[in-house]
Design a protein. Sequence first.
Length: 161
Amino acid sequence: MERKSNAWLILFTLALGFIMATLDVSISNVAVTTIQSDLHLTAAAGAWILDSYMLSFASLLFLGGSLANRYGIKKPLLFGLSLAAVTSVGLALSVFTGNYALLAVLYALGNLGIVISVPAMTTLTMQSAGSEYSNIASTMLNIARQTGSLVGLVAKIRVEA
């Protein structure tokens, strides 16, 4: 019984992590309009920004999966989440400096941390749920991913209003 309650706590915690990861991707969609106007870019340049972000995010997921296979789940998960947390604090402290290069580097490092941790979170979720509850765990992760996207969409609507 204790094992099951810990598994549900792990699942809930990791689902929150997935919400944050997909929220990050959604927020990039919100930010591109501001980037376009601030830097006087065309719509095509904005599309390139989004496409390059999504492509690098998706392709680096393979790196996160490879690291989880090579070093186990715990090390990449803790490293990725720590990197994302530290760079988030750095972003919060440097956002008003106007140094776009620093912001871009910190944002890239934070995304690298998220990309490294996502495959480990998926594996840990499925292992914690076990074969008996794997369908429920998979459904909860998909709900968490969609929730992050929805929150990003709501943020975009509020920014444009």
